[in-house]
Design a protein around this ligand. Structure first.
Ligand SMILES: NC(=O)c1ccc[n+]([C@@H]2O[C@H](COP(=O)([O-])OP(=O)(O)OC[C@H]3O[C@@H](n4cnc5c(N)ncnc54)[C@H](O)[C@@H]3O)[C@@H](O)[C@H]2O)c1
Ligand SMILES: [Zn+2]
Ligand SMILES: [Zn+2]
Length: 321
C-alpha cells in the first residue's frame, strides 16, 4: 500500500510499505477513507519530540471502512464505516473502565521510553513515535486498529466523512477544553489558537451556552474561519500591544469568564519571553511538573485528572500529544 513515511526531521515521503495484517484476535483492518493532520504531528516532524524511526508511517486522526476483523471482534464487521480515536484504549483496564482512555495500561508496549519524562506512560497512539507505542499511522491506504470493539465508533448513515472525521482527535480535545471551563449560559470564553482544536473548542463553548467566544491567533485565514465558520470574535495577537488589555477592552474591563489554551507546545511568541522559551525547548528543559511532582507514587496519580501527591496541584493530560 501507499503511505506517508517519516524518514528524518522535516523529511516526509509517500512510499510503498507492507499492508497491515491482523496480529491479535481483537484487531480490525480499516481501509482509510479520511485522515488529517493534527497539530501534534508538527512536534515530531520538526524533531522536537524524539522517538520517531526512519520508515514510520504517521497520522492519528482518521476514519474508514472495516475490511477485515480478528476472530474475537464482535461489535464491528467488514463493511462498517467507523471513526477511531487517536489514543488506543483496551476497554478493560482500570483506566479504561474509568473512562481515562488516554492512560490505558495495555496499549503502550514501550512505557520505559516515557516514564523518565512523564513519570508514568500514556496509552499508545497511532503513528506517534515509539514512546507512544510505535503503531503504524493512518496516512496510508490501510491501518490496523487493535481493540476494535472498543475503539471503532460506527458512523450513522447520511453523514459525510468530513462531518465525523474530527471526532477522532480535534473534536474531543476541543470539547474537553470547553468542558473543563464549566461554562454558564451567556458567559464569555477566550480561546487561544484557531487550528482544528481551537475551532472545535469554539463550537463546543457555544454548544455549552457561551454568549461570546473571542479567538486569538495570527493567521488571517484561521481567524477568518473562526469568525465565519465558528461565530467567534477574533484578535490577531501580532496586531495588538497586549492580548490581555484587548480582552479587557472587549469585556468592559472584567476579562473573559474562562480561557481555553489550544496552542500547546511550540507556541509562537515575540520578545524576550519567547526567546527564553525557545532556548528551554531546544535544550529540553521544559517539564510538565515541578520537581516534587516528578514521580507520583502510584499509577493512579499520573497525568489526566490526577492530583500531585506532593503539592496538591491538579494536572491535565500530558502536553505531549
Ligand atoms: N488529545 C490531545 O492531547 C491533543 C489532541 C490534539 C491536539 N493536541 C495539541 O493541541 C494543540 C493544538 O492542536 P491543533 O491541531 O489545533 O494545532 P495547530 O498547529 O493547527 O493550531 C495551533 C494554532 O495556534 C496558533 N498559535 C501559536 N502561537 C500562538 C499564540 N502565542 N497565541 C495564539 N495562537 C497561537 C497557531 O498560529 C496555530 O493556528 C497542539 O499543541 C497539539 O499538540 C492535543
Ligand atoms: Zn492529535
Ligand atoms: Zn485500557
Amino acid at each position: 500500500m501507499r503511505a506517508l513515511v517519516w524518514n528524518g526531521i522535516n523529511d516526509l515521503r509517500v512510499e510503498t510499505v507492507p499492508d497491515p495484517t491482523i496480529v491479535n484476535p481483537h484487531d480490525a483492518i480499516l481501509r482509510v477513507t479520511a485522515t488529517t493532520t493534527c497539530g501534534s504531528d508538527l512536534h515530531f516532524i520538526d524533531g522536537y519530540i524524539p522517538g520517531m524511526r526512519e520508515g514510520d508511517v504517521i497520522g492519528h486522526e482518521f476514519m474508514g471502512e472495516v475490511v477485515e476483523v480478528g476472530a474475537e471482534v464482535t461489535k464491528v464487521k467488514p463493511g462498517d464505516r467507523v471513526v477511531v480515536p487517536s489514543f488506543i484504549g483496551c476497554g478493560s483496564c482500570w483506566f479504561c473502565r474509568h473512562e481515562l482512555w488516554s492512560l490505558c495500561d495495555n496499549t503502550n508496549p514501550n512505557p520505559e521510553l516515557q516514564e523518565p519524562v512523564l513519570g508514568y506512560p500514556t496509552a499508545g497512539i497511532y503513528g506517534y513515535t515509539h514512546a507512544f507505542g510505535g503503531y503504524a499511522g493512518s496516512h496510508a491506504d490501510y491501518i490496523r486498529v487493535p481493540h476494535a470493539d472498543n475503539d471503532c465508533f460506527p458512523v450513522p448513515a447520511g453523514l459525510a466523512d468530513e462531518q465525523v472525521l474530527f471526532f477522532s482527535d480535534a473534536g474531543p480535545t476541543g470539547y474537553m477544553g470547553a468542558e473543563f471551563c464549566d461554562i454558564q449560559a451567556g458567559e464569555t470564553v477566550a480561546v487561544w489558537g484557531c487550528g482544528g482544536v481551537g475551532l472545535m473548542a469554539i463550537h463546543s463553548a457555544y454548544l455549552m451556552g457561551a454568549g461570546r467566544v473571542i479567538a486569538i491567533d495570527r493567521y488571517p485565514e484561521r481567524l477568518r474561519m473562526a469568525r465565519e465558520r465558528a461565530g467567534a470574535e477574533t484578535i490577531d495577537y501580532t496586531a495588538v500591544d497586549s492580548v490581555v488589555e484587548e480582552l479587557r477592552e472587549l469585556t468592559g474591563g472584567r476579562g473573559p469568564d474562562s480561557c481555553i489554551e489550544c496552542v500547546g507546545m511550540e507556541a509562537h511568541g515575540t520578545g524576550l519571553d519567547y526567546a527564553y522559551d525557545r532556548v528551554k525547548q531546544i535544550l529540553h528543559l521544559h517539564s510538565d511538573r515541578a520537581t516534587p511532582c516528578a514521580r507520583p507514587p502510584s499509577r493512579a496519580g499520573r497525568a489526566a485528572s490526577s492530583r500531585c501527591w506532593a503539592c496538591g496541584a491538579w494536572s491535565t493530560s500530558s502536553r505531549w500529544a
